[in-house]
Design a protein around this ligand. Sequence first.
Ligand SMILES: [Zn+2]
Length: 392
Amino acid sequence: MIGDNTFVKEMNYKTVLDTIRTQRSVSRAELSRLTGLTRSTCSVICDRMLTQGIIIENGTIESTGGRPSIALQINNRAASVLGLKMMEGHIAAATVDLGGNIIIKHSQSIEPDLSSDAYLKRFEAFVTAIITQHNTAFPLIPMLGIGIGVGGRVSSDGVLLESSVLGWRNVALKQRLQERFALPVHIENDVNTFAIGEKFFGSGQLFDNFLCLSVGEGIGLGIVVNGKLLAGSHHGAGELGHTRVSYEPDSPRCACGKRGCLEAFASDAAVGQRYFARTGKKLGIDALLAAAEAGDEDARTVFSQMGTYLGIAVSSLVNLFDPEAVIIGGERTNAASHFMKDLRRAFEENTVYDLAREVQLIVLEPSNDEWIRGVAALAIGEFFSQAKRWGQ
Ligand SMILES: [Zn+2]
């Protein structure tokens, strides 16, 4: 209720917390300026957060013309979350602190072709072992929640509607796991978690409207509009990899079973197939990249073709969404030096108006950790939006 004193206090608390988090290090005077709250209101809130252990005083900040002021920061080790990625044959996991820093990584292989129930029993045993280990090693860093990324369509109440990666349909994951672990569980499509992680911890903090393009084995898209993830009316938005880019009846078949999808032209498998067609040699993606690095002209050509396909796709996206930025991530950014030139050229050639000049293309450093920050952001975001209740 607007005007309700408690409501205003809660809003102020959240505003101050969000400002400290996004500024990383900030003085009380600066907080007051940035939030528009009076210095005494800011001070009362900060004192409370210090008592709760959510923020810490860490060093000083030079201020113009006065004494240096005390710097306030989020206490990253006040709490942690567990981030997991469910894949066929493999589960990756990491405990992560409130700043998105990895505490410990874990991984577990799983036999292929298990039923969802058999898979989930193993998954639960894995999670139990991690939580037990965490609570023993870090008793002062409570675990607040679990974030899970999975390839497929996930409903807003955490039902995995369909996943071609796992071969599952209509599995009520969130409900099952919350009952099992008595912790808040957040589940999201894996490419969407990439976008959420960028918004929360990464380059996306600077933008309200941006797209996250993931390249590699699959080609995925996370869409952030007005600061929020666009999941679609049926939780199916962002399936860029399966938009058809060739209508020829004999266009290449995609892993999804249809023909002519972007993935059939620009994924790892497509790049490998094009190399095979040119040379008669079958190379895995790592060997293909090594060949391009070593100067193999055929390998370089197939990567630059991949760049052209992706650049045309990005131009279509920019024509549709007119974002502030397109952030390119995923495991194949390790080949960026072989495809970005053509991606950029095709993007510039095919984008309307002067949008190509206005939109930033950002390529992330190759890292396997993007997804971890993404799934962690799911659970950490919940903590920050409800932090007032914490520590009381
Ligand atoms: Zn497809």
